[in-house]
Design a binder for this molecule. Sequence first.
Ligand code: ADE
Ligand code: ZN
Ligand code: ZN
Length: 265
Amino acid sequence: MKISLVKKLILGLAIIYLPVQAMAWGTNGHRICGQIADNYLTPKARKAVQAILGNESIAMSSNWADFIKSDPEYKYLYNWHFINIEKQLTYPEMQEYLKMDTVADAYTKMNYLVGELKKKDLPQKKKLLALRMLIHIVEDVHQPMHTGHFSDKGGNDIKLTWFNEPTNLHSIWDSQLIDFQQLSYTEYATWINHTTIAQRAEWQKAPMSQWLFESNNLAAQIYAGVKDGDKVNVYRYNFDHIATLNNQLLKGGVRLAGLLNQIFG
Ligand code: ADE
Ligand code: ZN
Ligand code: ZN
């Protein structure tokens, strides 16, 4: 498909002015997870991923799903970025919930995309979309607020002030906390990429239900820590939450690699 210059310009402007609400882990959050995943691919999975993505790294392909949000052609992908869970669930409750889950959300679509990518005869164009989406969603569900309440749009409706600027709870976890570290995505990945083989094996063997259980639990703690209208004490908030944030970015990356190794192994 050839896109006209005008269409490209409109798309470009739309991306620049896209409201923060529509974004997932911000641009860097996704790239950090992708960069970490890149370290843990098996040679076979790396070859298969490269055959699909070409010269696009996992880190850079991570953002495609957010960049196309303003294109009507891709409107149907909107609900794939999150799974709304109205309250804190125990693990058995989460398993029960997911068993009954049939709507278009991050969980059902991750499973769908894994199935698509395992097909030997999927056309290249579909493979590319499926891989870019799967990379993105695995990362997104490690952002705790992507398993938040429907009633407040995963924290988007909890309005907060961050350094005198209006923002919201969802956006703080997508972007502001990460931006506060003032590191490039490669610097950030290098900073946090410390795991043992045993730790990675434990994270990677956990099923998707466990990923969502962990995120949903963290979301409950995050919700409890603020109320609508609060002015956030940024230094205190950073001090309290940076370890959690980094652990989720690291887990997201390690699990993404594990999943790709499983699909293409
Ligand atoms: N982004 C936009 N709407 C959302 C929701 N309901 N939950 C999580 N993230 C979102
Ligand atoms: Zn997203
Ligand atoms: Zn988000």
